[in-house]
Ligand binder design. Structure first.
Ligand code: ARG
Length: 589
């Protein structure tokens, strides 16, 4: 597998720095800030000059003289105080495109070392509806799992259901009040219990808000729910049996919603799966001498000198003996490290939970649970409404995922209609296209905002076919397919060697050759927005290429064959990049 042109260039410059007696790392080439002047730049001479006691421009001149005859380069110039501006030769681009054309992997180098990565995302809670916060975790987490897999890493994704907290006690006690005759509640009730769930998903979704409101208004109700949670965790048979129903009913609904988004998990584990490991986790904390009693609870102090704000202690068990959010997350680390020995665990969770994860990671490291495993909280900002506050329904409730997808699909259907697209499709295909476009709009808008920024949910903007949107990119890919289809129908789909013959050819080739770097940098920074920018830039380069050239109609045979090859690679790269964002391209539009 070939290295990227950027990597080749860095190696070339690195060797030149080394020949000047300096560290080869100074040779790092980056994409130019001024694409009108150069393709790549290297700023190493400025930093290296200091170390070498030479004038930056002199050093830059010396490096330039060493590389100027390379076949990789058409031009190298020293600019300003000592920047190197580099322009690739067309021959180097032709060669890179030739490699991309020949290979299914599109010239993307596979990661080395290959790492094993657990991605914890989605994180919906049993009995509570999924909302836009879970949507963001789902979209970003899924993109990261796709990206890391694309680069050859081994990924284990885990939805990590919230199924062990107070909401379970709330719902159980609420059901006990509303349907006291059910067999789960009598003291000492034991198996067998009914095989079917006593509540449907619709009932369950209404039970939780009712129970939660009642507990907020009444301290006794809240205490009752806490007690039920403790009993559930301690293994009370009736509660466990009812709980299993609730988890199943919720899970079925979640699987449906995630499936609609084309998001899949390797593991459907929950907080409860860590329960059997809690004892051992706590024993590890005690063995290290870091667990201490405090007001009936068991805690671990994790504050460190130099912390800007005081980090509160981790609570291993509440004064009632229940497992809390810290508890299950710590025991889950033990489970994951033991089951997979991952190199890395990523937690794709709302930025507002950063204190929680800092506490958990510190306690885990203190106890030696994370030996050899890196853990990172991949935080993200909120999805806001036009008022700048977290996005809600018109009635002021949290927007349910299902409703949101329906909204996006309806908006997409309307927009397709207006644009005169999908008109000739049979109704089934038209619906499927509207759903694919609606979901692309929502996913792309979410991923193209930098992860930690908040963004405003503006469906009208997301769903446009112009500008930096998911639907625009889908349309761009479909349009390329139709060019290729037309060429095939006319018997003219004969691909040949890429041979750059115009500025638009060149700009497109340069964008295509940068694909591998875009993937790597998006993965390294855990920032799918880099890939969104890339895909948009590529679509724009294609659009110019398409406007300026006849492709199928090009009379010169070699040129036509080169342009068809460029079009085909563009289609493949665009589709591949969109796949890493979790966006599917319809057959036609
Ligand atoms: N269920 C949690 C929530 O809704 C998110 C879980 C995230 N993952 C984790 N390992 N804590 O906020």
């Amino acid at each position: 597998m070939a290295a990227s042109l950027q990597a080749e260039l860095s190696a070339l410059l690195g060797a030149a720095f080394a020949a000047e007696g300096l560290d080869a790392a100074y040779g790092r080439a980056t994409t130019s800030d001024r694409p009108d002047l150069a393709d790549f730049q290297c700023n190493g001479a400025l930093a290296a000059a200091k170390a070498a006691g030479r004038r930056p421009r002199d050093l830059a001149d010396a490096v330039a003289a060493r590389v100027k005859d390379s076949a990789l380069l058409a031009a190298v110039e020293v600019a300003g105080p000592g920047f190197l501006n580099l322009r690739l030769s067309d021959a180097a681009l032709d060669r890179a495109l030739g490699a991309m054309a020949a290979e299914r992997g599109l010239g993307v180098p596979l990661a080395s070392p290959r790492e094993r990565i657990v991605v914890d995302f989605g994180g919906p809670n049993v009995a509570k509806p999924m909302h836009v916060g879970h949507l963001r975790s789902t979209i970003i987490g899924d993109s990261l799992q796709r990206l890391f897999r694309r680069l050859g890493h081994e990924v284990v994704s885990d939805v990590h259901l919230g199924d062990w907290g107070l909401q379970m006690g709330l719902v159980i006690t609420e059901i006990a009040r509303e349907k006291p005759g059910l067999p789960y509640f009598a003291a000492g009730a034991n198996a067998p219990f009914p095989a079917a769930s006593p509540v449907t998903i619709e009932e369950l979704e209404e039970l939780y808000p009712r129970a939660s409101a009642a507990a907020k208004a009444d301290a006794a109700r809240n205490a009752e729910a806490q007690k039920a949670t403790a009993e559930l965790q301690a293994g009370r048979p009736g509660y466990r049996a009812l709980w299993r129903h609730l988890v199943e009913v919720s899970r079925a609904a979640m699987t449906r919603e995630f499936g609609r988004l084309d998001v899949h998990f390797d593991l459907w584990k929950g907080e409860s799966d860590a329960d059997p490991l809690i004892g051992e986790m706590i024993a590890a904390m005690r063995a290290k001498g870091i667990a201490e009693e405090s007001e009936g609870a068991l805690i671990v102090r994790v504050a460190q000198d130099g912390d800007k704000t005081e980090l509160p202690p981790v609570i291993l068990t509440s004064s009632q003996g229940t497992a809390l959010y810290h508890t299950t997350d710590l025991a889950t680390i033990l489970d994951r490290v033991r089951s997979f020995s991952p190199d890395l665990i990523l937690y794709v969770v709302d930025q507002r939970q950063h204190v929680h994860f800092e506490q958990v990671f510190r306690a885990a490291r203190l106890a030696g649970l994370l030996d050899g495993t890196r853990a990172e909280h991949i935080g993200f900002g909120t999805v806001n409404g036009p008022d700048g506050k977290p996005f809600r329904t018109r009635a002021g409730g949290t927007m349910k995922l299902q409703d949101l997808i329906d909204m996006a699909r309806a908006a997409a259907a309307e927009r397709l209609e207006e644009a005169g697209l999908a008109r000739d499709m049979p109704p089934g295909e038209r619906d499927a296209t509207a759903e694919a476009v609606g979901i692309a709009a929502v996913k792309f808008a979410d991923l193209s905002a930098y992860r930690t920024s908040n963004y405003v949910f503006d469906l009208d903007r997301f769903i446009r076919f112009e500008g930096k949107t998911g639907p625009y990119l889908q349309y761009a890919a479909v349009r390329i397919s139709s060019v290729l289809r037309k060429a095939a129908e006319e018997g003219r789909l004969v691909e040949g060697k890429v041979a750059i013959a115009s500025p638009a050819d060149r700009a497109l080739a340069l964008s295509l050759a940068a694909y591998g770097e875009a993937l790597m940098s998006a993965a390294e920074k855990r920032a799918p927005n880099i890939l969104c920018d890339y895909a948009f830039g590529l679509a724009q380069a294609f659009s110019r290429f398409y406007t300026e050239h006849h492709i199928v109609g090009e009379p010169d045979e070699a040129l036509r064959a080169s342009r068809l090859a460029l079009a085909r690679i563009t289609r493949a790269v665009l589709e591949d990049a969109l796949a890493c964002l979790g966006i599917a391209v319809p057959e036609r539009m």
